[in-house]
Ligand binder design. Structure first.
Ligand SMILES: [Zn+2]
Length: 153
């Protein structure tokens, strides 16, 4: 099985996470992206409860639970998968590159999730996607960039 792959990001999903990043500034924002078959469909904002939110993120547990519950209910009720399953975890960087920091890598616990980074360091928003993998217990996690395919909505 290869993990080299792509994430399909409809324009409205990209806009939603960039809007969240801009609103949260000077803090980092975070949240979950639902989707199916590597295609994102909906954004669930989650409060950032990190001690140092301009520089780090920690997702608030209750909101994560609620988002996952909403996705689960949608799966039961909606065979078309309009909401879908947990696909990605996103957060923003206010003034650094859209790349997982050492803390981000340490916090990343879901090898099957995409990690989407939004950077506002320049005037333009930069969005990148990764897998963060723990290949060897105790070793540093590896980061693989994933191609993002943008589609119109
Ligand atoms: Zn980060």
């Amino acid at each position: 099985m290869s993990l080299a792959e792509r994430l399909v990001l409809p324009a409205d999903v990209r806009e939603a996470i960039v809007a969240h990043a801009r609103e949260a500034r000077p803090n980092e924002c975070c949240g979950l992206i639902a989707g199916r078959a590597r295609t994102a469909s909906r954004v669930f904002r989650v409060p950032n409860v990190a001690d140092d939110p301009p520089r780090r993120y920690r997702m608030e547990d209750v909101s994560v639970y609620r988002a996952l519950t909403a996705m689960g209910e949608a799966l039961e009720e909606d065979a078309d998968g309009h909401v879908g399953e947990p696909l990605a975890i996103y957060h923003s960087h206010v003034s650094s590159a859209p790349y997982p920091s050492p803390t981000d890598r340490e916090y990343a616990q879901w090898p099957y999730s995409f990690y989407v980074l939004v950077s506002l360091r320049s005037g333009e928003s930069e969005v990148r996607a990764y897998r963060i993998l723990n290949n060897h217990p105790g070793a540093e996690k590896s980061v693989l960039e994933v191609d993002i395919v943008y589609v119109k909505t």
